[in-house]
Write a protein that binds this ligand. Structure first.
Ligand SMILES: [Zn+2]
Length: 113
């Protein structure tokens, strides 16, 4: 049986090797097999306030009032944030909030919905 990892994009199990790359026949995504094996480009696991693993596209809700840097706006506790994008850095969630716009959040202040 194949021990190739599933496609990180569509989770298809029908991935195959093409040289140093892994290829998904279902969504045509290609990625480096060696990078993953060596852990050089290991994806950082980002967790919410209660330990759920967050992924791009998740919907989260804010668990405490958060001031928006450089403005008087506040993201209220309970605000739902759709379609988050995980990024590197101190604020590890990139998102767009209705009525506020694009901003960054800390994963420790959100909970997966
Ligand atoms: Zn795929």
């Amino acid at each position: 049986m194949s021990t190739l990892p599933p496609c990180p994009k569509c989770h298809s199990e029908f991935t195959y090797e093409d040289g140093a790359m892994l290829v998904c026949p279902e969504c045509a995504h290609e990625w480096s097999a060696t990078g993953a094996a060596e852990g050089a480009d290991e994806a950082k696991v980002i967790k919410d306030a209660v330990g759920n693993v967050l992924q791009d596209g998740d919907t989260v809700s804010v668990i405490k009032d958060l001031k928006v840097k450089g403005s008087s706006l506040v993201v209220k506790v309970g605000t739902k944030v759709k379609n988050i994008r995980l990024v590197d850095g101190d604020h590890d969630i990139d998102c767009k909030i209705d009525g506020i716009g694009a901003m960054k959040l800390k994963s420790e202040f959100v909970k997966k919905v």
